[in-house]
Design a protein around this ligand. Structure first.
Ligand code: NAP
Length: 253
């Protein structure tokens, strides 16, 4: 019960990592608001699971690429839950594509969802936390891709480096308000985002072979690191980044 009574908001929580963090946080005592874009059934079932854990839950639909969705989510969630203590910026897309013939719309949508969306959401959450004057924790789901390249991710990796950088600068801007800002850097976690890419058995076994812990990640592997950064156990942790990759990043030689 590391998050007893805290009000926690997560973007992109109808599926995958965001959903796991939302439900995991509820099991640690948090009341939870989720944002999502399209998957009404996924959002409704996440709300059900949070409520089954005995916590308050609300789902607010919105496209994070739309700047107006940020204040709408934060203020709607704060009203429903009674404030904002923890904000997890997680929504993201990764439409794998080659570099040389990247469609302009694919590049621009990826930048708008992953980077602009995170920026506006984090700003709206910070504005609310400053107004409340009781500090807070902001966590952005960046990626191992902030640190390493990917042939079919030339549009995606810069957004994840940007999100990591956003947490570093926001940690400085918000320290005086006792708001901590940290980044999670997942390695390969089995979700819809990479289902097609990993449907090739050769690619999947290559990726598994690169992980010292011997398996790819599950969304639930992200819960402990997120709960830690959200909780008072991390009271002196800000501007930090935490790789959650089974050791893949250091496995070069
Ligand atoms: P996922 O299973 O595809 O889930 C993505 C979630 O984001 C869904 O709930 C989706 O909601 C939501 N979403 C997508 N576009 C949105 C938008 N414009 N506005 C609001 N919500 C939106 O993906 P995931 O793997 O959990 O990814 C979550 C985050 O982790 C992303 O930022 C991703 O870059 C990062 N990450 C993932 C991995 C990995 O291996 N899986 C590794 C490193 C980093 P709807 O379905 O309702 O649209």
């Amino acid at each position: 019960m590391l998050l007893e009574g805290k009000k926690l908001l997560v973007t992109g929580a109808s599926a995958g990592i965001g959903r796991a963090i939302a439900i995991g946080a509820a099991h640690h005592g948090a009341h939870v608001a989720i944002n999502y874009h399209a998957d009404d059934d996924g959002a409704a079932s996440a709300v059900e699971e949070i409520e089954r854990a005995g916590r308050r839950a609300v789902a607010i639909k919105g496209d994070v690429a739309d700047p107006d969705s940020a204040p709408a989510f934060v203020e709607g969630a704060a009203e429903a839950l009674g404030g904002v203590d923890v904000f997890v910026s997680n929504a993201g897309i990764c439409p794998f594509h080659a570099f040389l013939d990247m469609p302009r719309e694919t590049l621009e949508r990826t930048l708008q969802v992953n980077l602009h969306g995170a920026w506006y959401m984090v700003q709206a959450a910070a504005q609310r936390m400053v107004a409340q004057d009781r500090g807070g924790s902001i966590i952005a789901v960046s990626s191992i891709s902030a640190l390493v390249g990917g042939e079919f991710q030339t549009h995606y990796t810069p957004t994840k480096a940007g999100v990591l950088s956003l947490m570093q600068s926001a940690a400085i801007a918000l320290g005086k308000h006792k708001i901590r800002c940290n980044a999670l850097l997942p390695g390969t976690i089995l979700t819809d985002i990479n289902k097609d890419d990993l449907s090739d058995p050769a690619k999947r076994s290559y990726m598994e072979g690169r992980v010292p812990l011997g398996r790819l990640g599950q969304p639930e592997d992200m819960v402990g690191p997120a709960v830690f950064l959200a909780s008072d156990l991390a009271a002196y942790v800000t501007g930090a980044s935490l790789l959650v990759d089974g050791g893949a990043f250091v496995n070069l030689q």
